[in-house]
Structure formats: structure tokens, C-alpha cells
Ligand binder design. Structure first.
Ligand code: GLN
Length: 484
């Protein structure tokens, strides 16, 4: 059952081949027996999931079910879930039980989907390897000593290990696409404003966006159907109509113009990665796509600009964790300053503190113009590069990450080495564009991802191209060794 896609499970439930309770028990058993090895879940909602599954079975019996009724899935532990611990991978929120649901969580509830639990992540979504979680590192199912990528490493690892058919995730600089690539699954970061951020714990508010992780583009489309849409309670959410993303998956891609940024395909790119990505793009060419070299001249500035903007926004967002209203509070504070200082020193991990320090510095009087304003100006140039490129092409293709999954500790000594993991993904967030990663090949037995970037609100086209790729290739069906 765990090898079926969401689309197949949905049909199976409708045709009464199995019940949601059976399906949910099956995944809960897998989590119980296998997740000791991966550590992909922080919280498992066993009793609630079984109760929700029984309620879903009733809905199915009564003929009021939708495509998601009774389907098990998981939430990244950054989405607030009413009454269910929501930690954001941090000691700061280790005991936090939100009094309300994130809009995304509410939308899945409305469909009668069954939440199996909350997945592990880098603390406050800062990281590319899932080594910074307070709840321990997540293991990539493709190798016991390999990172799953980050920050949505728990969601990626759980989907790859078939512990859940799908999971929600978030992407501020690459956190959906890079772990999807490293774990051999499909992930989509929607256009900024497409998915509500209400109840999604903020890291960098102008960059954060929630999106789906699943094994196939079709399943990602089904998830986006639930997640996307205007939310009057989120002032950055956009009131654009939501199409049925599954309705356009089978469109012909003949004549599709694919741009290959020359700045991404340089001699610095690992030759095996270049070969695998070119082979994947050749599959699309065989289906009638036309390749064009394009230029994104400011892309080299994306990582430096991001590492001013994201820490600046995080320093503002994380100032709310002060030990007063909720979150970690130190024992016996002497006075207010002691309460602030010790609660924050004890509650936050090293990477989070590093970012708060950088961000506070970049925003301080005297440095604001030199760093923050300059970074925002660079951001506009990066966005303009994409606008020009999309005058000539329909999608842009590149590797998702510079290499396949790397070993634990291998980038720990130098934060900048880790920051360069997102060299291909970050510019998409700075521009607010949608981007996707699909399994597209292997290097030394490890999966790699093809990144597809689209124009604003062109998620449907990305999913269509990805689905067409998946109808002629089988990379997305490959399971890690030992998972059957
Ligand atoms: N790896 C990047 C960072 O550490 C991106 C994280 C993300 O997208 N949440 O900030």
C-alpha cells in the first residue's frame, strides 16, 4: 500500500479496496517500526489520526468524500496545528501547543485528510542538511551517513522512506527543492503569495512559502489544489483564481521553450551533475521542447543578498520569542533583562543565534543602507533578470543542488560551504517565482534533482512539464535500498 501514489490511494479508497483506517494503520505501523532509523517525525498523532480515519471512512460511505478524504499525510513541524505540539525544530517551542490551525492545516482538515504527525526540520527552517534540529538529525533513506537536505529534511525523508505518501513543507531559499532532490522525490515551491502563510511560523517573511512534497508531480498537483488560494487573514496572499492543477498535467509540451542559464552551466559545475542534468533535459527535448541559452547576469549575487535579507527578517521575526508569553522560559529570572537573555540563550541553537546576530547587525543604524538596502537593490536586479529571461522562454532548467546527498558533518566546519548548497534555488525566492525539483537521474547510486523555474503563477505549467517527464522516465519510482 505504501508504494501507491496519492492519486492511486484516492482511487482505492473511492472503490473501497481498503478503508482509510486500514491505510492509516499501515502508515502508522511503518513509522513505528522504521522511523527509529530516520528520525523524520518529531510528533506522531496516532490516536487522532485513527479517529480522523474513521470519520473519513464514514464520509466515504456517505458519498460526500473529496479526492483527499481519508488520505494520510504529514505536516512539516513549522505549520501550527491546534492542540498538537508545534516545535519548529527548536527547544524554544519544544512544548508549544498552538491554540489555532495554520490555514494550510485547516484546508487539509476541511478535505478530511488524515494527519499522521509533524516532521522534523532544521531549527526555524535555517539550514540545508537537517543537522540543526533540536530533536536530532534526520537520516536520508538513501544512506545511513547521508543528510536528507534541509530544512524540510523530515518531510523529504519520510516521503522517500514511504512513511507517508506526501508531506507539506516550506521553502525560504531552497528548503523544499533541495531536500526533494537529495531524497529522490518531487517538491514544489509556489509563487510567493500563492499559499497562505498564516500559522506558518515565520523565518523570513518576504521569502517563505509553503508547498507540497510527494513522489510524483501528479500528487504534488493534488496537494497544491488543497494548499493554494487567497487567505484574507494573510496580507501577502494573492487573490488570483486557483486552477485545478491536475487538469493540465497531460498537455503536450511540443514547442515549450526551456531556458538554460549560462551562469548555472559553467565549468565549475560538477561534470557528473552536468551530464545527468543534460541527459534529463534531452528527454524533454525529445518530447518537442526547444532549448535556449539564457543569461541571469546577477545570479552570483543571490547567495550574498539572501544572507543579508533572510537574517535581517529572521532577527525581527524571532524577537517575539522572549520567554514572556509562550515558548521556553528560563528558571528563576532575576529581572526582565535576565529573563530575555537566558530564555533566548537557552532556547535557540547555534545557527539561529548566528543569523539573529548577522540580521541585527545588518539592520542597525549606520549599516542599514550599506547592507540591507543594498541587498534589496540587488534583489530587484535579480528579479529583473528573470523578467527579461521569461520574455524568451517558458521555463528555466538547472540542477537543484550542486551535488547529491553529502555526509553528516562534512560541511559543518564552515557555514558558507553550507550556504552554497542553495546556489541554484535562492534566486527563485528572491524573485518570488515558483520552482520545482523532480528526480532526474543518479550519481554514484544517489538521486539528483532537475530544477524547473516558472513565471509568476505558472505552477500549472511546471507541474505539466514535470508530469510529462515522469511519464517517460522512472527516476521518481526508484526507492532507496531496503525500502520495498
Ligand atoms: N538553506 C537555506 C537557509 O539555511 C534555505 C532554508 C529554507 O529555505 N528554509 O536559509
Amino acid at each position: 500500500m505504501h508504494n501507491k501514489t496519492v492519486a492511486e490511494l484516492s482511487k482505492g479508497l473511492a472503490q473501497k479496496e481498503f478503508s482509510s483506517e486500514e491505510l492509516t494503520s499501515h502508515f502508522l505501523n511503518r513509522i513505528e517500526t522504521l522511523d527509529g532509523r530516520y528520525n523524520s517525525f518529531i510528533t506522531v498523532c496516532k490516536e487522532q489520526a485513527l479517529a480522523d480515519a474513521r470519520a473519513a471512512d464514514k464520509k466515504i460511505q456517505s458519498g460526500t468524500a473529496t479526492a483527499w478524504t481519508g488520505i494520510p499525510f504529514a505536516h512539516k513541524d513549522i505549520f501550527c496545528t491546534q492542540g498538537v505540539t508545534t516545535t519548529c525544530g527548536s527547544k524554544m517551542l519544544a512544548n508549544f501547543r498552538p491554540p489555532y490551525d495554520a490555514t494550510v492545516a485547516l484546508k487539509f482538515k476541511e478535505q478530511g485528510a488524515v494527519c499522521l504527525g509533524k516532521t522534523n526540520m532544521d531549527e526555524f527552517a535555517m539550514g540545508s542538511s537537517n543537522e540543526s534540529s533540536y530533536f536530532g538529525k534526520v537520516v536520508n533513506p538513501w544512506g545511513d551517513n547521508l543528510v536528507p537536505g534541509g530544512s524540510s529534511g523530515g518531510s523529504a525523508s519520510a516521503v522517500a522512506a514511504r512513511l507517508t505518501p506526501a508531506a507539506t513543507a516550506t521553502d525560504t531559499g531552497g528548503s523544499i527543492r533541495q531536500p526533494a532532490a537529495l531524497c529522490g522525490i518531487t517538491g514544489l515551491k509556489p509563487t510567493y503569495g500563492r499559499v497562505s502563510r498564516l500559522g506558518m511560523i515565520a523565518f523570513a517573511s518576504s521569502l517563505d512559502q509553503g508547498g507540497p512534497m510527494a513522489r510524483t508531480a501528479e500528487d504534488a498537483a493534488m496537494m497544491l489544489n488543497v494548499m493554494a488560494g487567497f487567505d484574507p487573514k494573510d496580507s501577502t496572499s494573492l487573490d488570483n483564481p486557483v486552477p485545478d492543477y491536475t487538469a493540465t498535467l497531460n498537455q503536450d509540451i511540443k514547442g515549450l521553450r526551456i531556458g538554460l542559464p549560462k551562469e548555472f552551466f559553467t565549468s565549475d559545475l560538477d561534470s557528473k551533475m552536468a551530464g545527468a542534468i543534460r541527459a534529463a533535459i534531452a528527454e524533454l527535448e525529445k518530447r518537442g521542447a526547444i532549448l535556449k541559452e539564457i543569461s541571469l547576469p546577477h545570479s552570483a549575487l543571490s547567495v550574498p543578498a539572501y544572507y543579508v535579507i533572510a537574517p535581517a527578517e529572521c532577527s525581527a521575526n524571532l524577537s517575539r520569542f522572549d520567554g514572556v508569553r509562550y515558548g521556553h522560559r528560563c528558571d528563576d529570572p532575576k529581572d526582565l533583562m535576565d529573563l530575555y537573555m537566558r530564555s533566548r540563550s537557552e532556547g535557540f541553537g547555534e545557527e539561529v543565534k548566528r543569523r539573529i546576530l548577522i540580521g541585527t547587525y545588518a539592520l542597525s543604524a549606520g549599516y542599514y543602507d550599506a547592507y540591507y538596502r543594498k541587498a534589496q537593490q540587488v534583489r530587484r536586479l535579480i528579479k529583473n533578470d528573470f523578467t527579461e529571461a521569461f520574455a524568451d522562454v517558458d521555463v528555466i532548467a538547472s540542477p537543484t543542488s550542486p551535488s547529491p546527498a553529502f555526509g553528516f558533518g562534512s560541511k559543518g566546519d564552515d557555514p558558507v560551504k553550507m550556504y552554497l548548497e542553495d546556489i541554484f534555488t535562492i534566486s527563485t525566492n528572491l524573485a518570488g517565482l515558483p520552482g520545482m525539483s523532480i528526480p532526474a537521474g543518479e550519481i554514484d547510486g544517489l538521486p539528483i534533482g532537475l530544477q524547473l523555474i516558472g513565471n509568476y503563477f505558472d505552477e500549472g505549467r511546471l507541474l505539466n512539464v514535470a508530469h510529462q517527464f515522469q511519464t517517460v522516465t522512472d527516476w521518481h519510482t526508484k526507492a532507496p535500498k531496503g525500502i520495498s
